[in-house]
Design a protein around this ligand. Sequence first.
Ligand code: PEP
Ligand code: MG
Length: 577
Amino acid sequence: MSFILYGLAVSEGIAIGRARLASSATLKITRVEIGARRVEKEIARFDDALARTRKELMAIKASQSDSITDIGAFIDLHLMLLSDRELTEAPKQIIRERLCNAEWALSIQGENLVRQFEQIDDVYLRERGGDVRQVIERIIRKLSRRASRSASRSGKDETQIVVAHDISPADIMSIKDRDFAAFVTDVGGATSHTAILARSMTIPAIVGLRNASELIRDMETLIVDGTRGALIVNPDPAILKEYQSRKEQFERDQSKLKLLKTARATTLDRIKINLLANIKDTDDIQPVLESGAEGIGLFRSEFIFLGRENNLPTENEQFEAYRKVVEAMDKRPVTIRTFDLGNDKNLTPDDDHGNRKRNPALGLRSIRRSLNDLSTFHAQLRAILRVSALGRVRLLIPMLSHTHQIEQTLAAIGQAKASLREEKTAFDENIPIGAMIEVPASALSIGLFLKRFDFLSIGTNDLIQYTLAVDRSDEQVSTLYNPLHPAVLALIARTLRCAEKACIPVSICGELAGDPALTRLLLGMGLRQFSMHPAQIPMVKQKIKQSDISKLVPAVQRLLRTEDPSKIMKRLERLNR
Ligand code: PEP
Ligand code: MG
């Protein structure tokens, strides 16, 4: 049956492929096609993994002392699940029917079972879905230690589209080298870090589709229209043909925009605008070089840390990653932000029971976390300072809001510098140190920052979230996440005005900076430095080249005096005509 679902369009483009239903646990599993002759061997491999899992559980049970009765009860429950035909026989049927590897068959059956548990009213029984997941993961671990060699040899690539209830940034980082053409999720907001990652991978993505992962079956044909936020399931041939040609047109338009690479970003009234790129790791260097960016305005260094809870990157490992970027950018500036971990960017993927802390965005995140773990912070500061000897490096601190945090941070930088001096390790003594303005408190007490920092960068993704009290990752409140809210505009305008007066350079590195519909508004507000994902640079540059700031300023001033949202929208449309 063909149907369409609508969600939030978060990463442009069109992808056509097969649905690959996935959860955090199963994302790492690849579907491998097996020949009909391999079926019985694959089933034997599955039976062997079941037997070894059972043995392991019995051994754990035997090693528990009698006093820990709870653990014994859980193991009994897991052993009972291990004998259930739904887990032991149904995957074999999937292997036979779909000629696929055992891991894949088990993960598909696991998704089916967990979904059934989620629909149970009784809370106790519903929560047993988590036990099913744990048992499945245990079997999968056994299977992956003895991967089917001939199965992986006969594996064949197909364009895959990940369909998941949710995908954390850490999950995406763990699968980024695999070939996914797009992804769609039930939950998530347009400026969540998952969405930002999709843009950085330049693959189409839609989030906030609500129940897509329940309605879609594995291997169904999907069209992801990441520009309109439409997901077409089992399209009929005419729609498929129409989308093939739209896809080709989109790719042709993108190539044309690339011709702007070497053009200068200068307005009609000859004002030069600085266009910088946001990156997450060294994989993004090539797209930056191809985009014609004049430097890196935001290196989200925390992505190097994701998934590394028990094995944090050392100072040297970080130094190597930063060095690659600095050398590739030659003499162009590279702004490295100290790690902004926490909130939706956790060191490990969310566990499968959806256990998250409450209000993580308001918790121990970003610089708060760095100041709470001074040895990790110290190692990172040293790595950044060391790399400053090799190019034009700037150090950027996220999410500051209090004077004592500013002082502690500057003291930590001072200590890192002193330790390098003592060792006679080279670094730039005058490395520019900047602060992100992403909390309303910092925009309103901007004087604190102007006195102490060499540059500012407005993180509008968080500034909007914190000003409007709207979780940027929650699709249920996505309509309230409005960059054009008068309070948000007032805070941005204030920051730009005060920084200009104090002669402190200021950029915007949130998603607003890469939205061509807002380029003229931001130019009229006084922004001269934009930092965005490299793929957005050509579109924003094109808009800049068609704009006359002297004409924009009075119109933007009028817009900023407006409080009625519909009038703000009308004035914005007029600006863009
Ligand atoms: C922001 O908040 O706008 C920003 C650029 O930082 P991040 O999106 O990584 O939180
Ligand atoms: Mg931020």
